[in-house]
Design a protein around this ligand. Structure first.
Ligand code: IPT
Length: 981
């Protein structure tokens, strides 16, 4: 028998967005539904037209077959994850996809229809399937759906028997016309990624509920009612209740609608309203929610249907060039977030999503862009509850064929379908403050059509689309109410805001690309944003490093069983975080998938701590050396929820503390408070830090969680170089290399760092290699003794330039002072570092330092690492970026001690705060391997002390670091002392 769903070949028909699918709505049917999650029979076919009839294996729904049971012997076909950013994984042009090589999953199971569902409307909901879903019941066609990130509901009422058992088949075709508009930058998978349910309603049911709640307490609830039976019975009515407060029926609306031809025999509309006195408004800082219950009643008053909502009263508007929430110009401290998990690929649980958002809250984020498709519905519930502003983005990215598709009328339906279904699903969430038409799809008539639909349907929120905004940040005619560029140079943003031409809020939809060791200049961005009216923030790219947990042995994804095989960002032996190419893909985009502010197990990268500080709700400034200015840097709340501790770090090693009481301050207010601790007359350089913690348990943090640690310098260092002593001995060998009992490699000059992803993709690493900086050849020119002092002159030859390097070794009390000078030729006009590198004996396992920390910091990413006394095991200093690269640096180091339980330590004191790193790896160790798990730690330490270190920037996608963070040619001087502990 020919199957009409297959005969239609919907996988190459963009006009067909669905068939038999129910309209999207905001009535949540998850509670009370029968879950169909769990084991299903499964077959993977090579193409949709391949015959079903092979052996069935078992698989878990929801899940992607690309990550599941890949060692199942019953599988005739194995289809693994593939990572490609822009390029499509096949050559066919839209709307076509490969004919014979199109993995197709066939899922089957029995469903049981309860006997008491007799007379009810029975609906199947498939949470999400990619990319085409075909539904059959007992071999009969039920429906088709596309759009891999939204649910599809199908009415089964006419096909099922109460008390009966039926065979449900879901066929999921991986490649289709829809893949061309789901060309987002993440792994390609195939399967059913969200839960499958079965639910029943009365034939007379709530077809949709639209909630509008504004900050003045006004609540309007619009209900649409349908009768699947075909005729709306007389006497139905709706009721509503908001936390015990009954809503009133809007008679005027009902009267007007009674004459409205849209209200037919089977569709009813009703409006209810109320005004809540002294309403507690919703904002991301104060996520106040009210519980709303909407009921549909039959004529006798009995309840036919119920819909529950959580309501947040808030306004969003654009006034002039400002985006306002509840009348306040807010900052958007955002991140782009994918639905991702290292074991399941795309299926994310409630706990996972909650953990994501809790972490983001703790690190000062207040906004999420759902890059680049509507996320799991639970994410929005959590955003409402924990407090986030959400840019909700439609599932449209046609990156590879953007220009052809934006105006292709065959795709018009798909654009409007995807955008409108997202709006219909998510419109009641207070967290959603902006709609987005999608990502990287050029700009065409299809976008304008979708924008037109949104503007009519939901005039309460702004709309954005980067592809439109790019045509003119100030142009009022384009389908974007926000100027939302990606990776725009900061100077362009500032210039636009100062130009007098700005008409729209400027909020970058992507900026500060977090690939590897990155996010340089984030603090400079925020300084400019806070200083420039018209700039309101942006969304960092991105939350996740999408590394998939892989077994190195067989190259397969580990899947759900992998919990416990990673910790603190690092995988267990025999495993690694796979990135593009690791599954044998011929075409891939490598580690570009690892560009998040957290590791694949959600361990925060160091940039998170800087972000937390940039978002600090409390700021500190010194007031004429007599007191401190404390300010409340929030938009909507006081400081009652916070408490703190003062900490005074002195260069002599002391740290004094005192409890802090934060002043009562309204948003934006400041107060002068006296210095909390007497500054001792001695003790040298002195830094005062206010460690701010949560005063009570919050939904996202237990009491005592650190929120920020603003710091002021109370007393600067007085530098006095250590005086020479006579009679000391400095030993150097015939090559002028220092001989020292604790060093296995003498201090030499280093101009090279293991290229970061930014260095590689930004082209710097190539230049450094061309100059030969990775393999400088040292030649000693002279060794001169002058009393106790030894002066060594050496030349370091690259392929296109020679650096002269001088070291003067002078004995000082208990150690040696080393004064260094390097002369960089003009052609080396942008190097990674100028500094000293040496290696120590084994057994020195602990670093103590006075400087910035405790986490990794670099010259252009050093905020949020307060100056203080820090100590960490050497192994914990290194940040395990997925692709090994320069890592583990500490900025502003004033002194450090390396010691071990059995070995005497050494103490290094630079002449001024310097960039230092202590790791188990040479730069060439890091460049030699592609994954962190391949690194073999050395027994001793590799120590870098830099006179100058280049900023990190974000050049892997976006601007490089600023000129002030570059290392210039010419003369560099630095000195340091080396003592044995
Ligand atoms: C931009 C994409 O929108 C995003 O999905 C991601 O690929 C990011 O870049 C880089 O990681 S598009 C890019 C061409 C600017």
């Amino acid at each position: 028998m020919t199957d009409p769903l297959l005969t239609l070949r919907p996988w190459s028909a963009p006009e067909v967005t669905s068939w038999g699918r129910l309209p999207m709505n905001a009535v949540d049917r998850r509670t009370g539904a029968h879950s169909l999650d769990g084991d299903w029979r499964f077959q993977l076919l090579s193409a949709p037209h391949a015959p079903v009839g092979g052996a069935w294996s078992t698989t878990v729904v929801p899940g992607v077959w690309t990550m599941q049971d890949t060692d199942d012997p019953l599988r005739s076909t194995v289809d693994l994850p593939q990572y490609l950013n822009i390029r499509m994984p096949y050559a066919e042009f839209p709307p076509l996809s490969p004919v014979d090589d199109n993995p197709t999953g066939v899922y089957e199971r029995e469903i049981h229809i309860p006997a008491d569902w007799a007379g009810r409307r029975v609906v199947l909901q498939v949470g999400a399937a990619e990319s085409v879903l075909l539904v059959h019941l007992d071999g009969r066609p039920v429906g088709i759906s596309k759009d891999s990130h939204l649910a599809a509901d199908f009415d089964l009422s006419d096909l099922v028997r109460p008390g009966g058992r039926h065979t449900l088949r879901l066929t999921v075709v991986k490649w289709s016309d829809a893949s061309h508009i789901e060309d987002q930058d993440h792994w390609w998978h195939g399967g059913i990624t969200r839960s499958v349910l079965l639910y029943a309603t009365d034939p007379l049911h709530l077809a949709d509920v639209t909630v509008r709640a504004s900050r003045d307490g006004e609540l309007i609830v619009d209900c649409r009612v349908r009768d699947a039976g075909g005729a709306l019975p007389e006497g139905w009515y709706v009721s509503g209740e908001l936390d015990g407060l009954a809503l009133a029926q809007d008679r005027e609306f009902d009267r007007a609608n009674a004459e409205d031809e849209r209200v037919s025999a089977f569709l009813g509309e009703a409006r209810m309203h109320t005004r809540v006195p002294e309403v507690r408004a919703w904002t991301a800082e104060t996520p106040e929610l009210y519980g709303l219950t909407v009921r549909l009643h039959r004529a006798d008053g009995s309840v036919a249907d119920t819909s529950r909502h959580r309501v947040g009263f808030r306004d969003v508007e654009i006034v002039g060039r400002d985006l306002l929430v509840n009348g306040e110009r807010i900052y958007i401290r955002g991140v782009n977030r994918h639905d991702f998990h290292p074991l399941t690929g795309r299926t994310v649980s409630y706990d996972d999503m909650r953990a994501d958002l809790v972490l983001l809250k703790r690190f000062g984020f207040n906004a999420i862009r759902t890059a680049h498709y509507p996320n799991d519905p639970t994410l929005y519930d959590l955003a409402d509850e924990l407090g986030f502003y959400v840019v909700d983005e439609a599932d449209i990215e046609s990156h590879d064929h953007a220009h052809e598709i934006a105006d292709d009328p065959r795709y018009l339906n798909a654009f409007v379908d995807r955008v409108s279904r997202m709006v219909l699903r998510d419109k009641n969430h207070p967290s959603v403050i902006i709609w987005s038409l999608g990502n990287e799809s050029d700009y065409g008539a299809n976008h304008d059509a979708a924008a037109g639909w949104v503007r009519r349907h939901d005039p309460t929120r702004p709309l954005q689309y980067e592809g439109a905004a790019k045509r003119g940040w100030a142009d009022p005619d384009l389908a974007s109410d926000i100027a939302c560029p990606m990776y725009a140079p900061l100077e362009d943003c500032v210039a636009h805001a100062l130009s007098g031409e700005q008409t729209k809020p400027l909020i970058q939809c992507e900026y500060s690309h977090a690939m590897g060791n990155s996010n340089g200049t984030l603090a400079d961005h925020w300084a400019a944003i806070e200083a420039t009216p018209g700039l309101q923030g942006g969304f960092i790219w991105e939350f996740w490093d999408h590394g998939i947990l892989q077994s190195v042995n067989d190259g397969r994804p580990v899947g759900r069983g992998g919990a416990g095989l990673y910790d603190n960002g690092v995988t267990a032996p025999g495993h690694r975080w796979a990135y593009g190419g690791d599954f044998g893909e011929k075409d891939h985009d490598g580690a570009f998938i690892a560009d998040g502010v957290v590791f694949p197990d959600r361990t925060p990268k160091p940039v998170m701590y800087e972000h937390r500080e940039l978002a600090a709700p409390v700021r500190l400034e010194l007031f004429r050396h007599e007191g401190l200015v404390v300010s409340n840097h929030q938009h909507f709340r006081g400081l009652e929820w916070l408490t703190g501790t003062w900490e005074l770090a002195l260069a002599d090693g002391r740290t004094l503390t005192a409890p802090a009481t934060l002043p009562a301050l309204l948003p934006g207010e400041t107060a002068v408070v006296p210095l909390p601790l007497d500054l001792p007359e001695d003790g040298g350089e002195a830094w005062l830090t206010l460690r701010v913690t949560t005063a009570e348990d919050l939904a996202w943090a237990p009491a005592g969680t650190e929120v920020c640690a603003p710091q002021v310098l109370l007393r600067a260092a007085v530098t006095a170089g250590e005086a020479p002593v006579s009679g000391g001995v400095v030993e150097v060998d015939e090559d002028g290399l220092l001989v020292h009992p604790l060093l296995t490699a003498a201090p030499t000059l280093s101009l090279w760092r293991a290229p970061t992803d930014n260095d590689e993709l930004g082209g710097m690493a190539l230049r450094w290699r061309t100059w030969g900086l990775d393999s400088l050849v040292r030649k000693v020119v002279s060794v001169r003794r002058d009393g106790d002092t030894v002066t060594v002159l050496a030349e370091y030859a690259g392929t296109s330039g020679v650096v002269r390097h001088e070291q003067v070794f002078t004995p000082v009390e208990g150690g040696i002072r080393i004064d260094e000078r390097a002369d960089l030729p003009e052609e080396f006009d942008d190097v990674a570092r100028v500094g000293t590198v040496f290696e120590t004996v084994a057994g020195l396992d602990r670093l103590q330092w006075f400087g910035q920390g405790p986490w990794e910091s670099y010259p252009d990413r050093s905020g949020g690492a307060p100056v203080g006394h820090h100590a960490l095991p050497v192994d914990a200093l290194f940040t395990p970026y997925l692709r090994p690269q320069e890592s583990g640096g500490r900025h502003g180091v004033r002194r450090f001690t390396l010691s071990g339980p059995d070995v005497t330590g050494l103490v290094v004191t630079p002449d001024e705060p310097r960039q230092v790193s202590v790791t188990r790896y040479r730069a060439e160790d890091l460049t030699a391997v592609a994954h962190h798990d391949e690194l073999v730690p050395r027994a001793g330490c590799v120590v870098h002390l830099d006179a100058a270190h280049r900023g990190l920037g974000t050049a892997s996608c976006g601007p490089d670091t600023f000129p002030s963070y570059l290392v210039a040619p010419g003369v560099h001087r630095w000195s340091w002392t080396l003592h044995i502990l």
